[in-house]
Design a protein around this ligand. Structure first.
Ligand SMILES: NC(=O)c1ccc[n+]([C@@H]2O[C@H](COP(=O)([O-])OP(=O)(O)OC[C@H]3O[C@@H](n4cnc5c(N)ncnc54)[C@H](O)[C@@H]3O)[C@@H](O)[C@H]2O)c1
Length: 249
């Protein structure tokens, strides 16, 4: 079998791996041979993934809290060595209509979806640079940026647009160290986070059914695996939208 997608022996730190898309990412990376460490605020969910064989270890991390991110990244490095791969997957999907918008909502979404990945990239990026072996970073934005959105996503889309833009900035600064940084834009997936998101009823163009069908967590994970794999060694600052063909409707 080709080793183009082989991650044997590679350590992967996946934020939000306890649920939904992140759980699928952990599963697929583990199948590819990676030693997957979940960074999440949901310890119970993460332990269930470990018991199911989809992950190896867990570190408690609250992305909204800088000290927690710093400590969790340090723990992961101390226990498993410098990760080869960081996947910034965790995120909040709560909605609030623009005209009813509050600073509290904006700040909460920005802290978890944009500032959190900035902090993980800083911490794990430093470790990767010090380790001198290169590495991969994959940021999970959203196909809302490609038109698959509903009302109430002002703060969310700003945070995901910021994350996609950070990919470019980080890809530039880290290329000299052999570290690639890419973005996956997941389409709609029926996860606990998507179904349970707070806010007004989701109405808008994002309700159109994609012609190829709705995505599963493993469909999104395939794109993450590609960016993490030997096959993508010269690919950086790219965005891959996995949306069931939504953009052609
Ligand atoms: N499901 C979709 O339709 C969809 C579409 C586009 C993009 N996305 C993005 O994909 C990612 C995963 O979404 P999902 O649908 O699997 O959501 P989910 O809510 O099912 O899972 C998110 C995970 O992130 C963790 N998390 C949340 N806040 C955290 C924090 N402050 N610190 C640490 N961990 C935290 C949760 O505990 C959970 O395990 C998110 O970034 C989301 O914005 C999802």
């Amino acid at each position: 079998m080709s080793d183009a997608f082989d991650l044997a022996g590679r350590v992967a730190l996946v934020t939000g791996g306890a649920s939904g898309i992140g759980a699928g990412i952990c599963e697929v990376l583990s199948e590819a041979g990676a030693k997957v460490v979940i960074a999440d605020r949901d310890e119970g969910g993460a332990r269930a993934r470990i018991e199911a064989g989809a992950a190896h270890d867990f570190v408690a991390m609250d992305l909204a809290d800088e000290a927690s991110v710093v400590s969790a990244c340090a723990q992961a490095v101390a226990r498993h060595g410098v990760p080869w791969l960081l996947v910034n997957n965790a995120g909040l999907q709560d909605r609030e209509m623009l005209l009813e918008g509050t600073v509290a909502h904006w700040d909460r979404i920005a802290a978890v979806n944009a500032r959190g990945p900035f902090l993980t990239m800083r911490e794990i990026g430093r470790a990767m640079v010090e380790g001198g072996q290169g590495g991969r970073i994959v940021n999970c934005a959203s196909s809302s940026l490609a038109g698959q959105f509903v009302g109430g996503l002002t703060a969310y889309m700003a945070s995901k647009g910021g994350l996609a833009a950070m990919t470019t900035a980080a890809a530039f600064e880290l290329a000299a160290h052999g570290i690639t940084v890419n973005t996956v834009l997941p389409g709609g997936v029926g996860t606990p986070g998507a179904i349970g998101a707070n806010g007004p009823p989701p109405e808008g163009p994002g309700n159109r059914k994609p012609p190829l069908g709705y995505c599963t967590p493993r469909d999104i994970a395939g794109a993450v695996l590609y960016f993490a794999s030997p096959a993508a060694r010269l690919v950086t600052n790219q965005a891959l939208c996995v949306d069931g063909g939504f953009t052609v409707t």
